[in-house]
Design a protein. Structure first.
Length: 393
């Protein structure tokens, strides 16, 4: 018993020492790589230290309270790490803590300023993911695997990436309105290129006899400046409003038409945000998405509508004119691919078909900074195969 009492006393001292060290580090705001992870252990260590301290029986904390407190801490820690996003709760907009923001003040400032903006512009809620990712690819894979939100913002202070879930567009498209014999074959081919129907692309044609092509729903990510902060937060809010409103509608011809029209109105609101932008890629993204809705409405909801197809072409052309291939390969490839799809809807002769093929070849040649084909480029390559099978060269 004496040995156990001695060990128990030493454990208590060690726990108290660890808790005091962590409190001091937090007070002096010492910036360590594992600062946040260390904070996770502060509460349980302090709680266990208090519990292990020698007390008189009447002053000893009941074990039930200790267990309950630890259980609540565990739930809070899981929430902070984003465990419940995509499983229990799926927020419209999710902001991960930004790298090169050691004190997290910039990330918190973004959240607070967005809250003020959302109040008078009636924007969807922005949730915070208290977690940093060493690489942006890691952040994207985490978000995609969990389907954690409709819009995901991650990256570094001042410049970040925005990713949008293609599923939130595709699931409200009335896919039963048009059937294609080639869909099963092209879906199998697409899987070889890590492309999935309803997540990365949608098989599009204006009628069962029309040429089938693949429309890029969203690019992998859009690299945007976070300054001026007020401007980009307004655009993010309009983006979240457009896609979040869409996901609230059931699947039907009438409801899809209404939802897409409302989404386009929100995107148009984002395009009205003017200021001293460092880059116009955010506006290009809004044009791209609005062009997608024009094209989907023209071919799936309203029926073949030349006016809406013309509007889609205009939006894609405006989007392409606002960005550079060197800095924005993901969205550039998606824009050019979709422009080709829209041009195919307008094609009336051999010259028009040549224009479509030329655009697809241009998109198929686009690669990322590592020399790997981007999503829009892979879709363009498959579209070239489809056109070849249909006799268009």
């Amino acid at each position: 018993m004496k040995i156990w009492a001695y060990i128990n006393k030493r454990i208590t001292l060690l726990l108290l020492f660890a808790a005091v060290i962590l409190i001091v580090l937090r007070i002096i705001n010492l910036q360590l790589i594992l600062n946040r992870q260390l904070q996770f252990w502060l509460f349980p260590l302090a709680l266990l230290a208090v519990w292990k301290m020698p007390h008189k029986p009447q002053w000893r904390i009941p074990g039930v309270l200790i267990g309950g407190a630890l259980f609540c801490w565990a739930l809070s820690a899981l929430h902070v790490q984003g465990f419940f996003y995509g499983t229990v709760y799926r927020p419209p907009i999710l902001l991960a803590e930004l790298n090169k923001d050691d004190s997290d003040l910039y990330s918190q400032q973004m959240k607070l300023q967005y809250r003020d903006i959302s109040r008078y512009l009636v924007m969807p809620k922005l949730s915070m993911l208290h977690r940093k990712f060493a690489k942006q690819n890691d952040a994207y894979r985490w978000w995609q695997s969990k389907a954690a939100s409709v819009v995901f913002i991650y990256g570094q202070k001042n410049w970040a990436d925005i990713s949008v879930a293609g599923e939130d567009i595709a699931r409200y498209i009335p896919t039963d309105s048009v059937k294609h014999n080639a869909e099963r074959w092209i879906a199998g081919e697409a899987k070889k290129y890590d492309l999935r129907e309803g997540r990365d692309y949608f098989s599009l044609a204006s009628s069962p006899q029309a040429d089938l092509l693949l429309l890029a729903l969203t690019p992998e990510a859009v690299h945007v400046p976070l300054e001026p902060m007020e401007l980009i937060l307004q655009v993010i809010g309009f983006l979240g409003k457009a896609l979040n409103d869409l996901t609230l509608r059931p699947v039907s011809l009438l409801e899809s038409e209404k939802a897409m029209s409302q989404a386009q109105s929100a995107l148009s609101g984002g395009l009205m945000v003017h200021g001293s932008w460092k880059s116009l890629v955010a506006q290009a993204f809004m044009h791209f998405l609005r062009g997608n809705f024009f094209l989907l409405r023209a071919t799936l909801v309203v029926g073949e509508d030349r006016g809406l197809v013309d509007c889609a072409v205009t939006d894609f052309q405006r989007a392409a004119g606002k960005i550079m291939l060197k800095t924005d390969p993901f969205i550039m490839a998606a824009i050019i691919n979709n422009l080709a799809v829209a041009k195919m809807q307008q094609a009336q002769g051999e010259e028009d078909y040549k224009t479509v093929v030329r655009l697809l070849m241009q998109a198929a040649a686009i690669v990322d900074k590592n020399g790997l084909p981007v999503r829009g480029g892979r879709l363009a390559f498959l579209n070239l195969i489809l056109l070849d099978k249909q006799g268009v060269k």
